[in-house]
Design a protein around this ligand. Structure first.
Ligand code: PLP
Length: 391
């Protein structure tokens, strides 16, 4: 079955849908049983999608879990109330005091804060590594290292890690390998097929796709699934049936949305690349983005998210650019149908081991589903406001 067909069919068991197209929405805390035998059976199979108690999920959740596990080719998918909860609980499910983990320097900022604040307090140490480290990752592996954490492309600066290479090295040292696959979304990149153990996504972004639900997912291979599922359950992680329903509804149209985001973002990236104020474009399909050759090899498509660096600038110019935008609104998210923009002017605070050879402000945009000509006009006017403040 081709991926577009699979995404339409995945998770649509009659048990979940009861004959209609979408799963029934089962909101539940309590599940009641008619007989001792049934109660016993469901209790024994509570980890295998037998209705047991609301926190273990209902058919609405199981339909979403099946669909995402199939998308990412995993043994199972755990649901979390946010992407941040998926990252932190997946890590907590596999580390103990005294352990050491390797975390990519370009990790999503709350992931980094979780390592520095919560893991550090538990006696789990973290070493950050340059996303482009390649084979030298081996030098950072200690006797107590248990986990290599990847994110590709990196948050904000978009460096693309060599997932197959890093995974191979980690596996030679018996490390677990986790990835934040929010950008890859399971449709454009399937980390478990490269040997990664757990793939994590902020489903909040492209899976939900409509900016109206917070949700995290973690998909594990056969070796890690049971430990992930049970530990996430013990830590009380669960989501509402309504949110699971919306996430599954979003997933069904993710490929068509992604294709539109991809085309429009590439169009805008090419246009920006020719703009006199732009130093370089950090879109993973462009040679000016570190790791682009690896991206072209491993990913089957790119999304609406990318960054570009301006040649120079000042606070007034950045403010003039941002304040006047009509389609690209300021927001900390991405992956919805709407265009977004943020600017970062210093990396000293959020990176500790990666050096950047540029000093101008970095603009990150998410290209939404608006008409691409309208979006270009919006950016063009924004860059004119920016330039006017430089004089
Ligand atoms: C948004 C995001 C997260 C966190 O997801 P939330 O649902 O907002 O908690 C994690 N990783 C990446 C790369 C993200 O963009």
């Amino acid at each position: 079955m081709k991926a577009n067909t699979q995404i339409i069919h995945a998770g649509r068991k009659t048990k979940y849908t009861q004959g209609v197209v979408n799963p029934v929405v089962q909101r539940a805390s309590t599940i009641v049983f008619d007989s001792v035998a049934q109660m016993k059976e469901n209790t024994a199979k509570r980890g295998e999608q037998a209705l047991f108690y609301g926190r273990r999920g209902t058919h609405t959740h199981f339909a979403l879990q099946d669909a995402i596990a199939e998308l990412e080719q995993g043994a199972g998918c755990a649901l979390f109330p946010s992407g941040a909860a998926a990252v932190s609980n997946a890590i907590l499910s596999f580390v103990k005091t005294g352990d050491h983990i390797l975390m990519v320097d370009t990790a999503y900022e709350p992931t980094r804060d979780f390592c520095d604040k919560i893991l550090a307090n538990m006696g789990v140490s973290t070493t950050y590594y340059d996303p482009m480290i390649g084979e030298d990752i081996e030098d950072l592996i200690q006797d107590n290292t248990v986990l290599l954490f990847l994110e590709a492309p990196g948050s904000i600066t978009m460096e693309v890690q060599d997932v197959p290479l890093l995974t191979k090295i980690a596996k030679a040292h018996d490390l677990l390998v986790f990835i934040d696959n929010t950008y890859g979304n399971g449709y454009f990149f399937k980390p478990l097929t490269h040997g990664v153990d757990v793939s994590i996504q902020a489903a909040t972004k492209y899976i939900v796709g409509h900016s109206d639900v917070m949700m995290g997912v973690a998909i594990a291979n056969e070796a890690c699934w049971e430990q992930l599922r049970e530990n996430a359950y013990l830590m009380g992680q669960c989501t509402s049936a309504d949110d699971a329903y919306l996430a599954l509804r979003g997933l069904r149209t993710m490929p068509v949305r992604l294709k539109q985001h991809e085309q429009a973002a590439l169009d805008i990236a090419h246009w920006l690349n020719e703009h006199p104020l732009v130093d370089h474009v950090r879109h993973p399909m462009f040679d000016s983005c570190p790791g682009s050759e690896v991206f072209k090899r491993d990913f089957s498509g790119s999304t609406g998210l990318f960054s570009f660096v301006l040649k120079g600038g000042n606070k007034a110019a950045i403010t003039a650019l941002l304040d006047g935008m009509s389609h690209f609104k300021m927001g900390y998210s991405w992956g919805g149908f709407e265009s977004l923009i943020t600017v970062t002017s210093s990396f000293n605070r959020i990176r500790t081991v990666t050096n950047y050879d540029f000093s101008g402000p970095l603009v990150r945009i998410h290209v939404g589903l608006e008409d691409v000509e309208d979006l270009k006009l919006d950016l063009k006017a924004g860059l004119e406001r920016f330039q006017a403040q430089l004089k």
